[in-house]
Design a protein around this ligand. Structure first.
Ligand code: SOE
Length: 368
């Protein structure tokens, strides 16, 4: 693993659990955690990594490592993933994939040439209720898809004392709420309804200067705090995505609605075990959203977990994802989202940036 912050913890937990809950022909040994922070020793000790390394380039060359898991800030992803691929390692990388479409394509090319599995961790696809929504869409229960409505709201940046960290700087993060949260919404939209072809956007930065992390002066915030996109998808589907880190009261409110000719679904992450489904083929007098508790044996991923009604949480989505990664490695099958998907996602986000800047509708294929 390279990195060891919030996502490092979420991933380490998942590595420890995945072969216990899923029946997989692999063992997991947490060999090395690499990074440049002093606290890595404590991190390694807590999560059971055998070693700490302060030279990730050397680490990814080691023969006793099969998978490189990248949980660093976005600007480091491309170089790390490319180096890992060159050394024949399977790669797991946190989202967003990289800073630019170009970088993502380089990552995808490196993984393809090396014949390794690349998995980009947009973990919300691995929420059982979301995977079940996908089944409903594929089974035609919604009919033809008319529209996608994604919202991802948080409120942690409303506090003006929140330091100007890497996530508030374009050169390290690629974008603000757009990249951090919008990448998830675009991933879910692509997963459930299809490929966006054009975007018309409005971005806003509410607080343009913040204290530097070392408290010596102020740093300029050169990314969006909130972004609003109108989308056209392949076919006739249309939609919108709204993301904000300034939506007070919303802690991690990742939600969406999909409307079709025969039905609709609604999902809200903070009630992640539930999916709302409206069946428009029912007599109108009986119509109404029903809330499906997605904890049945037959729901995606649930065979590995608890009996009916015993709900799961955020951390389980990472375990579900890694189980799928192992299956892909074992079967030589493709897993999604991978770096190619990452490129498609970042392309939409770059189109959104261009649209907001040039104040016009931008076709995704304008980004080359
Ligand atoms: C911060 O906004 C963040 O940690 C995102 O980076 C994650 O992807 C999301 O799952 C929770 O919020």
């Amino acid at each position: 693993m390279i990195g060891g912050g919030f996502m490092g913890r979420a991933h380490s937990n998942a590595w420890m659990k995945v072969t216990k809950f899923f029946d997989l022909p692999y063992d997991v040994n947490l060999k090395v955690v690499a990074g440049d922070k002093n606290r890595l020793e404590k991190f390694a000790d807590n999560w059971g990594f055998e070693e700490v390394s302060y030279d990730w380039r050397e680490t990814v060359k080691r023969d006793d490592i099969d998978i490189v898991d990248i949980v660093t800030p976005t600007y480091m992803h491309a170089q790390m993933a490319i180096e890992a691929a060159k050394n024949g390692k399977h790669i797991i990388c946190e989202k967003p994939c990289a800073l630019t479409y170009d970088e993502c394509m380089e990552m995808a090319k490196a993984a393809k040439e090396a014949g390794v599995v690349s998995y980009l961790n947009h973990n919300y696809r691995r929420v059982p209720a979301v995977a079940f929504a996908k089944q409903l869409v594929e089974d035609g229960r919604l009919g033809d898809i008319l529209s996608w409505h994604g919202q991802y709201f948080q409120d942690w940046l409303l506090n003006p004392d929140m330091p100007c960290g890497w996530q508030m700087q374009n050169e390290y993060a690629g974008g603000g709420a757009l990249y951090d949260l919008g990448s998830h919404s675009v991933d879910l939209a692509r997963f459930l309804v299809g490929e966006p072809v054009s975007v018309t956007s409005l971005h806003r930065t509410f607080i343009e200067e913040r204290p530097l992390p070392n408290k010596e002066g102020k740093g300029v915030v050169d990314v969006d705090d909130a972004a609003y996109m109108l989308l056209e998808f392949e076919g006739k589907t249309v939609g919108s995505i709204e993301v904000s880190r300034f939506a007070c009261g919303n802690k991690n409110a990742n939600s969406f609605a999909v409307y079709g000719t025969k039905g609709a679904i609604r999902f809200q992450f903070q009630r992640m075990n539930e999916l709302e489904f409206l069946d428009y083929t029912q007599p109108v007098s009986e119509q109404g959203y029903r809330t499906i508790l997605c904890t049945e044996y037959d729901h995606p991923y649930l065979k590995a977990w608890w009996p009916s009604g015993h709900i799961i949480g955020f951390e389980h989505t990472f375990v579900n994802a890694f189980a799928d990664v192992f299956s892909a490695i074992h079967d030589g099958a493709e897993i999604t989202p991978n770096f190619e998907d990452g490129a498609s996602i970042i392309r939409v986000l770059e189109a959104s940036k261009k649209s907001a800047k040039e104040n016009r509708r931008v076709f995704v294929n304008e980004i080359i």
